[in-house]
Write a protein that binds this ligand. Structure first.
Ligand SMILES: [Zn+2]
Length: 460
């Protein structure tokens, strides 16, 4: 590098670092389409199936309006305690504006729609989420047409590639449901839109009121990209990366997990087990996401110096390396999810419960390493373990999918499970082992949340 260029770069870099702009473009483009794991219930059903007694347990469905109507005088104190905890323990937490506080005594006697609106504002989730009653059915299990839930009752998105609209079955208050189905169904709900459009620059009315500020990374112009900072947690990057791009620390999965675990405990304690399980499923979603290496590392396979270097070059007008890095990580992220979803849904349809990914979710041999999820576990165990294997998995992905960086991986008809079968047997085995390791962790972490929340303590 020429001396003049180096000194220009140094000046530029220090100015961007001050502005927090370095790596900005990179991060903007990062997670525009990715979900974490695809179709979380496919993971959750297997994870809970091995918890003693869980297969037989049932719970009675209750609408959100009934739940809130009963607890509206006690819920404010629980939410207030949660807000105090978040402000004290989460360094980058944007406080909830006082105006959004749940109504307390003034909420008593309100109609279901007003209670729902007050609640979604108080917990700062997408106000278009109807939170109706339904359960997702297993792949291959048909739902009678008259019982299929209207998609808009489940999601604010137009559609979701990995979730068939016809797999959601409408449920009525008072229906008796399997606990496993309730908690598994709820583990998909955060990907149905809970966290979409919540930022000040999301162009939504709620975003102007919620107090989260501008979106720290992810593309504010892509509705799906707006949920990224809630579903990703970059706790294990180098100090150099944080100095160059501090906003990568402005993520919310820990806040979401703690909030929804608090709501779950509250619902159980107040005698509303349906909502206890549903909130538990919401919390589990974010824990499962952090077991996905592309949700726990910004650019797997790329060293910190290189990351900062390509960010600096981009700011100097040399965009090629950064565009290439962003395209690469986005494609690989999607390829991994496509492989996991296609392989697992095919196994479900074929009743091949011995598929290594499904079997790994039921494997409790490592449960002793995280029996019960604590407040620090998300950072110190869950995401630490997925971040640690990110480089290895990233390298394996490219060996088994040599076209991973050029395919349009989110094309609806693409099946990376089928593509993987063309690779040499040793590469297939290696890929299976690495993804099964992730699933073993997802299974362990799912059970670790349930053991904390389950008031009957079954499976401890
Ligand atoms: Zn997610």
């Amino acid at each position: 590098m020429l001396a003049g260029t180096a000194s220009l770069m140094n000046r530029q870099v220090s100015s961007w670092v001050r502005q927090g702009g370095l790596l900005g473009t990179l991060a903007v483009l990062l997670p525009s389409t990715a979900l974490g794991w695809s179709n979380h219930p496919l993971c959750t059903w297997q994870a809970v199936a091995v918890m003693p007694g869980m297969a037989e347990r049932v719970v009675t469905a209750e609408t959100l309006g009934s739940f809130l109507g009963d607890v509206s005088d006690r819920l404010p104190a629980a939410l207030e305690g949660e807000e105090i905890w978040a402000r004290a323990h989460l360094p980058f937490y944007a406080p909830r504006p006082d105006a959004l506080r749940f109504g307390g005594a003034s909420a008593v006697g309100k109609d279901a729609a007003s209670l729902r609106a007050g609640f979604v504002h108080a917990i700062r989730v997408n106000e278009g989420m109807m939170l109706d009653l339904y359960v997702q059915r297993l792949p291959g299990v048909g739902v009678p047409a008259e019982r299929v839930l209207p998609w808009s009752s489940a999601s604010v998105l137009e559609s979701l590639e990995d979730t068939e609209a016809g797999s959601l079955e409408r449920v009525s208050e008072g229906d008796v449901l399997r606990v496993a189905d309730v908690v598994a169904t709820a583990t998909n709900e955060p990907d149905l839109g809970l966290d979409i459009g919540l930022w000040a620059d999301s162009g939504s009315a709620q975003g102007g009121r919620y107090g989260y500020g501008a979106q720290p990374f992810g593309n504010p112009h892509l509705s799906y990209g707006t949920q990224a900072p809630f579903h990703m947690g970059f706790y294990h990057e180098s100090g150099l990366v944080y100095r160059a791009a501090g906003y990568l620390q402005h993520t919310y999965p820990e806040a979401r997990i703690h909030l929804f675990m608090t709501l779950s405990r509250f619902a159980f304690a107040q005698g509303h087990p349906y909502w206890g399980w549903r909130f538990a499923g919401w919390a589990i979603h974010y824990v499962q996401d952090l077991g996905q290496p592309y949700h726990a590392r910004v650019l797997p396979g790329v060293g910190a110096l290189t990351m900062v270097g390509i960010g600096a070059l981009d700011m100097l007008g040399i965009h090629g390396p950064q565009v290439a890095a962003v395209t690469r990580v986005t494609n690989r992220h999607i390829v991994l999810e496509n492989y996991q979803y296609r392989r697992m849904s095919a196994a479900y349809r074929a009743h091949d419960m011995d598929d290594p990914l499904l079997a790994a979710l039921r494997d409790t041999s490592d449960d002793g390493s995280l029996e019960r999820l604590g407040a620090s576990s998300v950072r110190e165990i869950v995401s630490a373990q997925s971040a640690a294997v990110a480089d290895e998995l990233d390298a394996q992905l490219v060996r088994i999918f040599p076209d991973a960086d050029v395919v349009v991986a989110d094309a609806a008809d693409l099946d990376m499970n089928s593509v993987s079968r063309r690779a040499p047997a040793a590469e297939q085995a290696s890929m299976t082992r690495l993804v099964a390791d992730r699933m073993r962790q997802v299974g362990r972490d799912t059970r670790a949340v349930i053991r904390v929340l389950d008031p009957e303590g079954v499976g401890r």
